[in-house]
Write a protein of this length. Sequence first.
Length: 212
Amino acid sequence: MMGEGWAHFHRDLRTEMARDGLIFDVRGNSGGHISELVVEKLARRVIAWGMGRWLRPETYPQEARRGPLVTVADEFAGSDGDIVTAAIKLLALGPVVGTRTWGGVIGIEGRQGLVDGTAVTVPRYAFFFDRYGWGVENHGVDPDVEVLITPDDWAAGRDPQLETAVQLALEALDKQPPPAPPDTATGPVKSRRPLPPRQAQPSLSSHGSSAG
């Protein structure tokens, strides 16, 4: 949730937002300060289409999510990882799958060095949410669907949290298909209208004149 993370997230976003659904994996997020930017992108919805000649249809706003969003979170998502998960729930952008997040949204600034080489940090920034109050600190954000990864899952290389998220996204797609671009055949006709029929011009012989 800092500059490099935003660069990686935003670089791939145009391709990912063109899919029918989106899985947002916030697991292991160690925090930062760009959750507002991420939430703004995830909250976009398609309200129009840009139809360029010989170009692919483009959503308006650009990089708007076309289908359901399912977030995957775990106990290692903290600070801005807590905040972005809470914001997704408060804005009702989609269900959260996994485990309760870490629960550390009080930010620190500056480090006071000690003579033994260690340092002391000072908490300076707390966070208050409309629904959760001050309660995210020391508790975290509860998932809508709790899914644990057991030691057996780790050993077998299984990811039941991700599998559950994909299943929820597919079920949501069955209930509400993503918006599709309009059929260009239904658009206004822009070709030139036909000219009115030309009237026949009278010939010289019709005037009855002759040379004498």
